[in-house]
Design a protein around this ligand. Structure first.
Ligand code: GLC
Length: 463
């Protein structure tokens, strides 16, 4: 199996540590910044500790685009004029919107935080922005949904996050910032001012989730070559006249909300990195905080009627896959235009919660590793305990090869089922009664003779 060879490669550098025992190569980070000297760089920042412990959040894409139900990119994809798109605001009076019900549902799902699109690329703000006619407060709904959301989520004991897109399709300056410089500057003024509003008027905001603020997205991620527009290669950068002045926003947001966490989509020093979509799980990384975001249903992030909801197994594997690679999972829902969450989506969220109520000790407050992700699945750990998440049994037994001198003192299945183990020169061999493995995730709890964090720093993974 793939992970065996990875282990051996890592372990070969440390011959003195190779003794009889199960392979528990080096997970180095502690669950709290104080408890170990072997922490990844960003762990020195205590702002991240609640977020890393939380592991699971809910993302909400909700706005005018929920009405036609063709996704949050509808205006752009269908090239709808601003004036026509803006008329959707006349129909946006979501009678079923109940932030308390949302927060209750997120809690039932086992989430510890949530992130709401306060304003997406279409420019429609779900918050009060005096002087701006394109908000939910100044149009048909006459409600400040951000205020209602923040209050309810906070009251439910969850951490509060807001998504914000500096880019706004209504400004030609985004599409063509050099020629339309004044428009780009007006868009920038809106961005700076709206961040000020969001971070001043709603109490503590725990996460600000930027999207579309990267300099390289300007000119729509390309350049004009005479009459032709060409997508800019990854290694090339926007060289034009316009500058978002993100440094000012950065200084201000740290001043207004000293403990806020930000992702990296606005060219600012990020607290955590965003990986996007089911296929973006990527590699193990315990040196830099990261979060995988993915949708609960097939299709866009915003509401689409009858979108097929992904299976519980699929979603649990995304959560567990992220935790085992030392990342968070932000699961997106697109509520209906009336504000309600589709029953099939709500049901899946509750199933996630049920799964987490049974198995949450192997997710919350753990760190990824020490075993690198392999064909069998992943591992997480806390203190002396390592949780092996066996997502796919290789046969009737699972063998972890011999590694560092860690003794496994006890082995148990988290669901109480039977598991036997042998630890010898070959490593650790685990068996469950055939047919008794869990269809989604068989979690095996290994108790070590010492904390997993004590495994030497030289074995640091994920570089
Ligand atoms: C992509 C989509 C955007 C969505 C975001 C969430 O950037 O274009 O609509 O909000 O993913 O990560």
């Amino acid at each position: 199996m793939r992970f065996f060879s990875k282990h051996y490669r890592l372990l070969k550098c440390l011959p003195s540590l190779l003794t009889v025992g199960a392979t528990i190569p080096g997970m180095l980070s502690a669950s709290t910044p104080e408890s170990s000297s072997l922490k990844p760089v960003l762990d020195t920042d205590s702002r991240l500790s609640w977020w890393q412990e939380a592991r699971f959040g809910i993302f909400i894409h909700w706005g005018l685009y929920a009405i036609p139900g063709r996704g949050e990119w509808m205006q752009w994809n269908e090239q709808i004029p601003n004036e026509e798109y803006a008329r959707l605001a006349d129909q946006f009076h979501p009678e079923q919107f109940d932030a308390v019900a949302w927060a209750k549902l997120f809690k039932e799902a086992g989430a510890r935080y949530s992130v709401l699109t306060s304003r997406h690329h279409d420019g429609f703000a779900l918050f009060s922005d005096p002087g701006n006619p394109f908000t939910s407060v100044t149009t048909a709904a006459h409600r400040d949904f951000v205020a209602e959301y923040v209050k309810a989520v906070r009251a439910a004991g969850l951490r509060v996050g807001l998504y914000y897109s500096p880019l706004d399709w209504r400004f030609p300056g985004y599409i063509c910032p050099n020629i339309q410089l004044a428009s780009a500057e007006a868009m920038r003024a809106q961005y700076h001012h709206q961040i000020e509003e969001l971070l001043s008027n709603y109490g503590q905001i725990d996460v600000l989730w930027f999207d579309g603020g990267e300099r390289d997205w300007l000119n729509f991620g390309g350049d004009w070559k005479g009459a032709a527009w060409e997508k800019r290669p990854r290694e090339a950068h926007y060289q034009g006249r316009f500058d978002w002045q993100h440094d000012r926003v950065y200084a201000r947001l740290r001043q207004l909300q000293p403990s806020i966490l930000i992702n990296g989509r606005a060219d600012m020093a990020e607290d955590f990195h965003s990986r996007e979509g089911d296929r973006a799980m990527g590699e193990f990384d315990n040196t830099h905080a990261w979060e995988l975001c993915a949708t609960i249903a097939e299709g866009p992030w915003g509401y689409k009627p009858d979108a097929a909801v992904k299976s519980l197994g699929n979603l649990v594997h995304l959560l567990v896959g992220a935790a085992g690679r030392d990342g968070n999972f932000l699961l997106n829902i697109g509520p209906r235009p009336d504000g309600a969450v589709e029953p099939a989506v709500a049901q899946r969220l509750r199933e996630m919660g049920e799964w987490l109520r049974k198995n949450g000790e192997s997710i919350y407050g753990t760190r990824g590793g020490p075993d690198l992700p392999g064909d069998y699945g992943v591992s997480t750990h806390r203190g002396n305990v390592v949780y092996l998440h066996v997502l796919q049994w290789p046969g009737e037994k699972l063998t972890l090869p011999a590694g560092v001198s860690v003794k496994v003192v006890r082995v148990a299945r988290l669901d109480g089922g039977a598991v036997s183990f042998v630890q010898n020169e070959q490593g650790l061999e685990l068996r469950v009664t055939s047919g008794a493995c869990d269809a989604i995730d068989t979690i095996i709890k290994l108790e070590l003779d010492r904390p997993a964090e004590e495994i030497p720093a030289d074995l640091k993974l994920g570089k």
